[in-house]
Ligand binder design. Structure first.
Ligand code: 3HC
Ligand code: NAI
Length: 687
């Protein structure tokens, strides 16, 4: 049994207990249906409280069942049965009431909640729409505007907000069960409100649907579910309850089988898998209660903000007093920006800034649990910093570098206590980007690695373990993206065509626009360093633009030209002639958007497969997370590895062979061929 029933003086308390998150498995649906039947016929029972054991109320349908044929009883029938009950049901919510969980609560006559609870319909995050009346009952309770917002964004709201919007009938301050039972008893004194199916949807202003549709379309771009979710809410406002339910169900079943839903489910499980690497099972993480950042530049300030957002006190170390002041000003501008956009109150911003102490004195770090270094990308400078840290920090303090390209092993080579050292590679802006590459060295203790993963969770980051190579996982793949983009230019495509094709594929920006935004100089510097090491990076056109000091928007021109004060990229005749010069004698062709995307994405998959083969990434899913959370790869495509597998690895191999025959890519690597033969990434032994 996934639920237990007890009686408290005429009030039945139905306690759902289906760990970890009380998801609505087939067995639980059956138990709820049976409970509704039984309690309706129990003359001792006047009202029912539905409450959950464990960390949360029902967090939704069981996502594990989504790939399988639907099994009765179906959730809409369970909700309908609860709604039709002869006794009032009261949902008592703690943790999260999400998706099917909220739909069950909407079937109840009342909802009460702990103030810390959240409620939402996050189905669009999984590429679907609510499938058990969420889009039909919610607008009947809170009106179409809030319902449309909740179902199209998938964002949950707090119980306090839900209370003010009428989604929750009462907030319970102390014991939830006691409070809910008392509330249930109190309802017996009054006439019951109508069940939601019998209520009407409030009218909306003229033009509401048109304006909202435009806004949702602009926001969701090529994601299918948000607009369809909006269509369901609109249907609920325009037709009767049963017709709206039928429309929602049809939409739900269609989307459940879609490629976008498969991709988003893949990402859902990949994210949860990433947070708990099996190789660290049973290894205890240390507590991190205080942190320091060395270097208050772009990255240091962002990392300090991330740490503050998680409530940790932070010490910011810089090389001199004026740099300390600059570092603190960088941090302040992050929070001022957030306050200006209304994301944070002025007082909360002041509290965050106040929690950072700036200093030049490493002795201030004597009792700090974790130090993250983000100084210049220079081996000697970093080594000096770590020597000071080793001398001044506690022996069990964890010491991390945020280097992008240097070898953490070399940075740590001379410090005492190498077991507490590792790379923590944040992405810019560090307080926004979710990806955190965790880079252990040969000497990193498992406990320190486990602490890095638990830190990621505290910081709300997606952790991915990366091995040591030039660029770790993400930046190594980025180099391939850029090289392929240049190969396309040499064979007839324009920068604008390449960027447009990648936007059509789903990226927020094409590779050339992105370089103009970030600046071409940093990569140019990396290439010079690589050549110094005897490597041969491929970037003939970018090299030429760097020689011309066309570094991007900041110099008024890069891959594109920019008018003063205008960030709109304009095709550049100068760049066109650089390309023509570099492409002289090479075969030119017409490129379709699809062919352009293939010429970039498939070599990315090939490089990713090589990264897997070398053990730089442990799982294909980790690479998907790197690309989604660090580089804007569309979540609804599931990441490059999922995309390749969904499309068919044999097709990927064939296309890559063709590209390689045309001199436009390297041939498929051994692991990619093996995965194609085996039928998937998970099917091969990755050693
Ligand atoms: N189904 C199955 N398993 C689920 C699940 C679900 N809906 N939600 C979470 N889990 C599992 C996770 O996979 C994880 O399993 P693991 O321990 O084996 O890795 C475990 O529960 C804990 O999850 P988290 O690590 O995410 O735990 P948190 O405490 O950080 O977060 C949560 C809890 C807020 C409930 C979060 O898990 C969450 O947001 N879950 C998704 C909720 C959701 O999307 N619900 C809608 C489902 S679709 C639906 O209901 C359709 C309906 O309209 C018909
Ligand atoms: P930055 O130049 O903006 O900031 C570096 C800061 O370090 C400066 O404020 C400088 O005063 C300080 N500093 C230099 N030497 C110091 C010392 N000895 N002691 C204390 N402070 C010192 O550089 P940025 O961009 O923040 O990069 C920092 C590190 O983060 C580099 O290793 C870089 O490769 C890495 N990184 C950068 C990313 C980016 O997009 N900018 C992304 C991810 C990592």
């Amino acid at each position: 049994m996934n639920l237990a029933i007890k009686k408290r003086d005429g009030i039945a308390v139905v306690t759902v207990d289906n760990p970890p998150v009380n998801a609505l498995s087939q067995a639980l649906r059956q138990d709820l249906l049976t409970a509704a039947e039984t309690l309706d016929h129990d003359s001792d029972v006047q009202a029912v409280v539905l409450i959950c054991a464990g960390r949360t109320f029902i967090a939704g349908a069981d996502v594990n069942e989504f790939g399988k044929p639907p099994m009765p009883p179906h959730l809409p029938d369970v909700v309908a049965r609860i709604e039709a009950s002869r006794k009032p049901w009261v949902a008592a919510i703690h943790g999260s009431a999400l998706g099917g969980g909220l739909e069950i609560a909407l079937g109840c006559r009342f909802r009460v909640a702990a103030a810390s609870a959240t409620l939402g319909l996050p189905e669009v995050r999984l590429g679907i729409v609510p499938g058990a009346g969420g889009t039909v009952r919610l607008p009947r309770l809170v009106g179409p505007a809030l319902a449309a917002d909740l179902v199209t964004t998938g964002k949950p709201i707090s119980a306090t907000e839900a209370r003010s919007q009428g989604l929750v009938d009462a907030l319970i301050e102390h014991d939830l069960e006691d409070g809910a039972v008392a509330f249930a008893r109190s309802t017996l004194q009054h006439t019951l409100p109508l069940p939601l199916r019998e209520r009407a949807v409030a009218a909306v202003d003229d033009g509401f649907w048109g304006t909202t549709t435009k806004a949702v379309a602009a926001r969701s771009k090529r994601e299918e579910a948000p607009l369809r979710a909006l269509a369901c809410v609109r249907k609920a406002a325009e037709v009767d309850f049963d017709a709206a339910m039928a429309f929602e169900r049809e939409t739900f079943l269609y989307l459940r089988g879609s490629s976008q839903a498969a991709a988003l489910r893949h990402v859902f499980f990949a994210e949860r898998g990433a947070a708990r690497p099996p190789e660290l099972a049973g290894v205890r993480a240390r507590d991190v209660r205080s942190a320091a950042v060395v270097g208050g530049g772009t990255m240091g300030a962002g990392i300090a903000a991330t740490l503050r957002d998680a409530g940790l006190p932070v010490i910011l170390v810089e090389r001199d007093e004026s740099a300390v002041a600059r570092g603190l000003a960088n941090l302040k501008s992050i929070y001022d920006g957030a306050a200006k956009k209304g994301r944070i109150s002025a007082s909360a911003a002041a509290e965050k800034i106040g929690g950072v102490t700036g200093t030049t004195d490493y002795r201030a770090l004597a009792d700090t649990d974790l130090v993250i270094e983000a100084v210049f990308e220079d081996l000697d400078v970093k080594r000096q910093v770590f020597a000071l840290l080793a001398d001044n920090c506690r022996e069990d303090a964890i010491l991390a570098t945020n280097t992008s390209y240097l070898n953490p092993q070399e940075i740590a080579a001379e410090i005492r206590g190498q077991d507490r050292f590792l790379g923590l590679h944040f992405f810019s802006p560090a307080h926004v980007m979710k990806l955190l590459e965790i880079v252990p060295t040969a000497g990193t203790a498992p406990e320190v690695l486990a602490t890095a993963f638990s830190l990621a969770r505290i910081l709300g980051k997606i952790p991915v373990r990366a091995g040591i190579c030039d660029g770790f996982i993400g930046n190594r793949i980025l180099k391939v993206t850029r090289a392929q983009a240049e190969r396309l230019l040499l064979s007839g495509a324009t920068p604008a065509a390449v960027d447009a094709a990648m936007r059509t594929f789903g990226l927020p920006m094409g590779p050339f626009e992105a370089q103009d935004l970030g600046g071409l100089d940093i990569a140019g510097f990396q290439r010079r360093a690589a050549r110094g090491r005897g490597e041969t990076p491929f970037a003939p056109i970018a090299d030429r633009l760097c020689e011309m000091e066309r570094f991007g928007q900041k110099t008024g021109g890069g891959w594109y030209d920019y008018a003063k004060g205008d960030r709109t990229p304009q095709p550049s005749p100068v760049v066109a002639s650089v390309i023509a010069e570099a492409a002289r004698g090479l075969a030119q062709r017409d490129w379709s958007e699809e062919a352009i995307a293939d010429c970039i994405i498939l070599p990315v998959v090939n490089e990713a497969a090589a990264i897997l083969d070398e053990g730089i990434a442990l799982r294909a899913t980790d690479i998907d997370l790197v690309k989604i959370h660090g580089y804007g790869f569309p979540r609804w495509r599931g990441g490059p590895m999922h995309y390749a597998e969904y499309r068919g690895l044999n097709d990927v191999v064939d296309r890559l062979e063709q590209l390689s025959r045309d001199g436009l890519a390297t041939p498929p690597c051994d692991l990619l061929r093996r995965a194609a033969k085996a039928g998937g990434w998970a099917e091969i032994n990755q050693g």
